[in-house]
Design a protein around this ligand. Structure first.
Ligand code: ADP
Ligand code: MG
Ligand code: MG
Length: 251
């Protein structure tokens, strides 16, 4: 599904190299987690995959279902089925949450050659999905994420994911800011969407999140590379011993 080979990335404006040959394959139906010390390049990887500016790919490839992601505009990547969730979702003043979801969903359907949902079809779908996530009508009508609490933003992110039914979800939940309830919510959202046709890449500092999500594969990223991969036990090892032993072992 998602295949990253030898990815090298530097800052556009500076000679600072951040990713130094990332190799990573996420198969359909699998949940992969990335952990790693601060500054190892985890967020940069998710930004580059999303198409955010400011970074230059100097070598390597990233494909989704065989399509070259790096050649595409962010919205084309989304139409291919790539979904990115960041720790601080953007607020969009003046655009109602429902309007945003309908535009995004129909834009993707159109790009895939599928019929757009009419107003009634969309309303039914969004109401059902929102209800399952305990999202109120009020939250659906308010401007996207504006004034939402941290927990509401997380639920809204899961709502977007559930509505768009992406093929590949990348979630960067690093650093602090997720309380236990928000963490549980993200985990429940991911678990509900786990599917044989869908892959997940979950970037996290917290072994705790992985107690709820149960990844198939855990990768450790350090200094711009994946330095070790293993099963869920690797996350437990990090929790118990930190990164020092693992980094010494691979050095
Ligand atoms: P992580 O998410 O693993 O903590 P990041 O991808 O955020 O790591 O950062 C990797 C390294 O690249 C850090 O040293 C960070 O300071 C640097 N970096 C990333 N983006 C920028 C940027 N836009 N400008 C300057 N430095 C950056
Ligand atoms: Mg960081
Ligand atoms: Mg980060």
């Amino acid at each position: 599904m998602l295949e990253i080979k030898n990815l090298h990335v530097k800052l556009e404006e500076e000679d600072k190299v951040i990713l130094k040959g990332v190799d990573l394959t996420v198969e359909a139906g699998k949940v992969h987690a990335i952990m790693g010390p601060n500054g190892s390049g985890k967020s940069t990887l998710s930004y580059v995959l999303s198409g955010k500016g400011g970074y230059e790919v100097t070598d390597g490839t990233a494909t989704l279902g065989g399509e070259d992601l790096l050649e595409l505009e962010p919205e084309e990547r989304a139409a291919l089925g790539l979904f990115l969730a960041f720790q601080y979702p953007v607020e969009i003043p003046g655009v109602g949450n429902m309007t945003f979801l309908r535009t995004a969903l129909n834009g993707q359907r159109k790009a895939r050659g599928e019929a757009e949902l009419n107003a009634a079809e969309f309303l039914k779908l969004v109401r059902e999905t929102a209800k399952s996530l305990k999202i109120s009508d009020d939250m659906l009508k308010r401007p996207v994420n504006v004034g939402f609490s941290g927990g509401e933003k997380k639920r809204n992110e899961i709502l977007q994911m559930a509505m768009l039914q992406p093929k590949m979800c990348i979630m960067d939940e690093t650093d602090s800011g997720l309380d236990v309830d928000a963490m549980k919510l993200v985990a429940d959202g991911v678990n509900a969407l786990r599917d044989a046709g869908r892959g997940f890449l979950v970037i996290t500092h917290y072994q705790r999140l992985l107690d709820h999500i149960k990844p198939d594969v855990v990768h450790i990223m350090a200094d711009g590379r994946i330095v070790k991969s293993g099963g869920p036990e690797l996350a437990l090892e990090v929790e118990q011993n930190g990164y020092t032993d693992i980094l010494a072992e691979v050095a």
